[in-house]
Design a protein around this ligand. Structure first.
Ligand code: WTA
Length: 635
């Protein structure tokens, strides 16, 4: 029996049992057998959730890029590491071998060094899905710089907030990006952001779309000439297992985005382990995750997890609808993709189109299908299973979070029998718990509660950048000695988990986490707006969409409402990005509030769901009369 690679259900249960009875022994074995360490750890695990402090493989030294690149060179120098598929379907795909990846990562690392970037410095990466993105990520890791990738759909002020929060010294970007038939002026967005970022000394710009951009003297430089001059050798910085590897921002239910900090050793071990098992990747397979590297799924399962296993990982620049709705399947056929990992939103959008877009292509290479990011509804699951998997590919519904670093609950394909909408069973090492509202664990099966994790796992985030207290408060204060996920879940009769959705004010729209607070702040900047509240409501394709209740100031009362709606969405686009735009905006006379002045979102949520039952005792509200008025004029 191998701990590292689970091959059937019995093995899963055995490995799981072992991982619970002796977690340290279990992870030590995995770490020992499958990775390159420069120094062995002194201690596998030390932890205290009350502080919270968690250390895995403390004292060990390594560099994750030696594990993702160098050690494969002896046997796989010519194998494709990254298979780049450009936005333009007429353009050639670009296979990047492990040798070439080695050379290009080292060149980029040397360029960063020449700009004064050292171990521990933060580098912001704001790039489209082109090879330079993965290469920049790995180049930072090579020299011990902490990368902070910001999804290139975020607006300039969202970018600026992230750059400033972690005081990035350097930004890597491109002149622009392709998105289907459109182009986006990324450098212009960076320029605008940097007007408020004093910490940035250099901007390196890669040419993607040949557009005219302005370069600020002394700050901005084209990347290619620097790369051309740089050496292809760059010694990997020796990192401690607990040194930070990267920061990735995620929305919270309140306040500014949280810079989740992941560290080198545990993150490497866990993402590699889960990649191998959740996708059952075999030597020579071609694996494709359609996420963007701007999100955790791209970090863990386009870059680090696959490369740590010496896999071939596809990186796609475009969108599923360009040039038509068959693009995903065209790519699967062209590259003979074996494992395909996407979001339920994409599946729902494609399921609405003509089946011919799928049937036109030969999908017989597919072995495993995956989903991530939000609950998958039964209809979408069946469409995926029938039309893409032809009922012969297991679907892994993988539940996890930016904070968890890797997949936490998921079927092991060919081992765990799947049931639509169930993420099924925990990965070895993961100890989920369901909690009730009084802080008690709900034991047994056929129960529902708030999903927590009782025991540390190697890839958990260690802190929020610059705000450890917020980390403790957000994740470790709701329940004693537990990591609280913010999700609700059900455990069925056989112990399978089904994630029921967020139990806080985070709303998942098209698989993207959106906090209500920053959106409300953006709306409230409008001079005619007095206050606002955002809730989610079910949407056929996006899973959830945003419903905004907006109260106008007296001065705004006679403004044209359609114009106001446009202006409000424009403000949201400027402050956050188009992904956070509202689908519905209802102007209200007021917002229902408790006597202490807290907005009763529960009531607003019900109204947005068209559910008027159990609104509760509204007479205790400060302003019960607004509820009826909101119901009367609901959209
Ligand atoms: C939700 C994405 C149901 C969940 C990797 C979680 C899911 C949040 C699933 C994290 C799933 C993710 N089923 N819900 N399979 N996967 N979620 O940080 O609410 O972008 O807390 O990480 O997405 O989103 P994040």
């Amino acid at each position: 029996m191998s701990n590292y690679h689970i091959k059937n259900l019995e093995e899963y249960f055995n490995v799981y049992r072992k991982s619970i009875n002796d977690p340290e022994g279990f992870w030590e074995e995995v770490a020992e057998e499958h990775f390159l360490w420069r120094r062995r750890w002194d201690n596998v695990l030390s932890w205290d959730f009350s502080k919270p402090e968690v250390k895995w493989f403390d004292g060990a030294q390594l560099n994750i890029t030696e594990n993702c690149i160098d050690r494969h060179l002896a046997t796989k120098a010519d194998q494709t590491a990254i298979l780049f598929e450009p936005n333009n379907p007429e353009a050639e795909a670009e296979p990047i071998s492990y040798q070439e990846l080695h050379d290009r990562v080292n060149q980029m690392a040397n360029v960063l060094k020449s700009k004064g970037i050292q171990k521990g410095d933060r580098v912001c990466i704001y790039l489209p899905m082109i090879p330079e993105l993965a290469i920049s990520v790995l180049a930072c890791a090579r020299i011990g710089a902490v990368h902070s990738v910001v999804f290139a759909g975020f607006s300039s002020s969202a970018l600026a907030a992230r750059i400033n929060d972690s005081e990035c010294k350097l930004v890597i970007t491109s002149d622009g990006s392709y998105r289907g038939s459109k182009t986006i002026d990324l450098k212009g967005i960076v320029d605008e952001a940097l007007e408020t970022c004093k910490c940035v000394e250099n901007v390196l710009v890669t040419n993607r779309i040949d557009s005219e951009i302005t370069m600020k003297e002394g700050r901005d430089e084209w990347l290619q000439p620097l790369l051309d001059m740089a050496s292809k050798e760059c010694k990997a910085e020796i990192m401690n297992a607990e040194d930070p590897l990267f920061i990735l921002y995620t929305s919270g239910s309140t306040g500014s985005p949280k810079g989740m900090v992941h560290t080198c050793g545990g993150y490497m071990v866990y993402t590699a382990y889960t990649f191998k098992n959740v996708f059952q990747y075999k030597e020579g397979d071609v694996y494709w995750c359609t996420a963007d590297i701007g999100w955790i799924t791209g970090h863990s399962y386009i870059v680090y997890g696959p490369l740590a296993n010496g896999a071939t990982t596809v990186m796609f620049e475009g969108v599923p609808s360009y040039p038509d709705f068959g693009r995903f399947w065209e790519i699967v056929e062209k590259h003979k993709v074996n494992q395909f990992y996407t979001a339920p939103t994409a599946i729902r959008a494609l399921a609405k189109e003509n089946l011919d877009f799928v049937d036109r292509y030969d999908l017989s290479s597919l072995k495993v299908l995956g989903t991530v990011g939000e609950p998958i509804n039964e209809e979408a699951w069946h469409w995926y299973n029938d039309n893409v998997g032809k009922q012969s590919c297991p679907i892994v519904d993988t539940w996890w979070q930016t904070e968890t670093g890797g997949v936490m609950i998921s079927p092991i394909p060919f081992s765990t029998p799947t049931i639509p909408t169930f993420a099924t069973l925990p990965i070895p090492g993961i100890q989920p718990a369901l909690m009730d509202e009084n802080g008690k664990e709900i034991k047994g099966n056929q129960v529902e509660g708030r999903l927590c994790v009782k025991f540390p796992w190697p890839s958990m985030a260690r802190t929020i950048w610059g705000n450890h207290e917020r980390y403790r408060e957000t994740y470790f204060s709701a329940y004693e000695n537990m990591y609280f996920t913010g999700d609700g879940a059900r455990r069925d009769a056989v112990g399978y988990y089904r994630i029921t959705g967020r139990v806080d004010d985070v709303i998942i729209v098209s698989g993207h986490n959106l906090g209500t607070a920053p959106i409300e702040d953006a709306i409230n900047e409008h001079p005619a707006v007095a206050e606002s509240a955002i809730v989610g409501f079910p949407h056929e394709i996006k899973g959830n969409a945003l419903y905004g209740y907006v109260t106008l100031k007296e001065t705004g009362a006679d403004r044209d409402q359609e114009n106001l709606k446009k202006e409000i969405n424009q403000l949201i686009t400027e402050h956050i990005g188009p992904i956070a735009k509202l689908d519905k905006i209802q102007f209200t006379v007021g917002l229902p509030k408790t006597r202490s002045g807290k907005i009763m979102r529960r009531i607003l949520r019900k109204i947005a769901h068209n559910d008027f039952s159990n609104l509760g005792d509204t007479s205790t509200l400060l302003n019960p009369e607004v509820v009826d008025s909101i119901i009367e004029s609901r959209l």
